[in-house]
Design a protein around this ligand. Structure first.
Ligand code: NDP
Length: 288
């Protein structure tokens, strides 16, 4: 069994991105990320702070917009339009969840696809489906990098994804499919989950229920990526997989914390820098 060190891999990515940011600055482009936070959800505040810190670390300009929790949808759409038109902003992220009175779909669709570094715009999701990605969602992209880091060939493997959300389950299933895995997607109505999990050479758990996947369900030699982040009553963070028991069987497993989480932020930086690079090239191409 080997733990997959998400923190170390994320650091490697960020170090490479620092060089890329310096290169872009040398060509007159300073990558900028706008983060829009509506309201005062404490978990969202923590995530937004972590994103700001990562920007600082690699030299990306970070523009934080904290808006009142009762902001009208129309007003928020205007704010997004401002950011769409701001040449210093290459990536726009609206921190989810939004308060109930705001229509998440409308808000996410208002972000220009070429600034949608979260990869949630329908156009970017569609591009992922046809395997012509522009920006891919950060958590599944990070998972693919973690899998690549193991050196294991994904082609032909049985991959089981538990969870079918638009931000994790569905996109990671597509990414694995594009790498020629045979993919099974499970969810809350799946029957015989244990049996399905037991077939997985690669298991992705993205459920949000502490230790729901039992260690003795796991196939010997499997790779387990635990996306779940669950806070227990005593404050401890755990994943969706029973780590101790599972790790007796796995070839590779991600810990929680220190697995998928750090890679998600590294991939957000990766997409932001990529957005800035594309922007820089577009400007050059337009020059007479
Ligand atoms: P969602 O709540 O959107 O989706 C959870 C999925 O789990 C749903 O598809 C649901 O099925 C399925 N599910 C629920 N109960 C069961 C069950 N008993 N058996 C099988 N499937 C079940 O969550 P997210 O995808 O947004 O996130 C999942 C977890 O990953 C959370 O803990 C979240 O905090 C974490 N996360 C971590 C990130 C990171 O960077 N490390 C980033 C994003 C998320 P159904 O569709 O039928 O309801």
């Amino acid at each position: 069994m080997a733990n997959i060190d998400g923190k170390a891999l994320a650091q490697k990515f960020k170090d490479r991105l620092k060089d890329e940011v310096n290169f872009l600055k040398g060509h007159g482009v300073k990558p900028g990320l706008a983060v829009v936070l509506v309201g005062d959800n404490p978990a969202s505040q923590v995530y937004v702070r972590a994103k700001g810190k990562a920007c600082e670390e690699i030299g990306v300009n970070s523009f934080q917009h904290t808006l009142h929790k009762e902001i009208a949808q129309e007003e928020l759409l205007w704010q997004i339009s401002e950011l769409n038109n701001d040449p210093n902003v290459h990536g726009i992220l609206v921190q989810l969840p939004l308060p109930d009175h705001l229509n998440e779909k409308v808000i996410l669709e208002a972000i220009l696809p070429e600034k949608d570094i979260d990869g949630f715009h329908p156009l970017n999701i569609g591009r992922l489906v046809i395997n012509q990605p522009l920006f891919q969602p950060c958590t599944p992209l990070g998972i693919m990098k973690l899998l690549e880091g193991t050196g294991v060939d994904i082609s032909g493997k049985e991959a089981v994804v538990v969870g079918r959300s638009t931000i994790v389950g569905k996109p990671i299933a597509l990414m694995l499919l594009h790498k020629n895995a045979t993919v099974t997607i499970c969810h809350s109505r799946t029957l015989n989950l244990e049996e399905k999990v037991g077939k997985a050479d690669i298991l992705i758990a993205a459920i949000g229920k502490p230790a729901m996947i039992k260690g003795d369900w796991i196939k010997q030699g499997a790779i387990v990526i635990d996306v779940g982040i669950n806070r227990l009553g005593d404050g401890k963070l755990v994943g969706d997989v029973e780590f101790e028991e599972a790790s007796k069987r796995t070839a590779f497993i991600t810990p929680v914390p220190g697995g998928v989480g750090p890679m998600t932020i590294a991939m957000l930086m990766y997409n932001t820098v990529e957005a800035a690079r594309r922007h820089g090239l577009r400007i050059r191409e337009r020059r007479p």
